[in-house]
Design a protein around this ligand. Structure first.
Ligand code: DHK
Length: 180
């Protein structure tokens, strides 16, 4: 991503990217890297959906926690959820060249979406797969994950904290700066 030097007027490219929300200048003039955090079907109902399995944190709570973790690494986050496979595929395709890494909880698409896996692969971005629950100690149909074939790493079973850990890992992968 283009870096604007401190004190310099942002270039047209930077200004356009900033407007599009794809490049975010920070103090000191360098561009914050952007992590795309994607959530699959039924995660919009977190907090009330089978709380014994998925916890009481709402998706908004997860987003807040994720953004706070990202800010501590001077990373930006774009956080989205969809119940629709095609919409997720469209978003992932557009991440190429716009985002620096992807964290995805594919939820119900984990074991069956070749389309989501293929989209993740084409971005050539680092991908971390997250699940709130420990899919390995649940019903057999929740594994194996197709998405894992495109993931650098997988975190599961740690609830919302898994998203924070995924941000920490992504920061490491992207060489992001840790705030003092
Ligand atoms: C969420 C879902 O919706 C399920 O379909 C997966 C995952 C598990 C989770 O633990 O976050 O099997």
């Amino acid at each position: 991503m283009a870096a604007a030097r401190s004190g310099e007027r942002p270039s047209l490219f930077v200004a356009a990217a900033y407007k599009a929300g794809t490049a975010l200048p920070l103090r000191g003039g360098f561009m914050a890297k952007i992590v795309f955090v994607l959530n699959g079907p039924n995660l919009n109902l977190l907090g009330t959906r089978e709380p014994q399995t998925y916890g009481r944190a709402t998706l908004k709570d997860v987003e807040t926690l994720t953004r706070a973790a990202a800010a501590s690494h001077q990373l930006k986050v774009e956080f989205r959820q969809s119940n629709h496979e095609g919409e997720l595929v469209d978003w992932i395709q557009k991440a190429r060249g716009r985002h620096d890494g992807i964290i995805i909880n594919p939820a119900g698409f984990t074991t069956n979406s070749v389309a989501i896996l293929d989209a993740l692969l084409l971005t050539e971005l680092p991908v971390i797969e997250v699940h709130l629950s420990n899919i390995h100690r649940r019903e057999a149909f929740r594994v194996p994950s197709l998405v894992s074939h495109g993931a650098r790493g997988v975190i599961c079973g740690l609830g919302a904290v898994g998203y924070r850990l995924a941000i920490d890992a992504m920061a490491e992968i992207l060489g992001a700066a840790k705030e003092a």
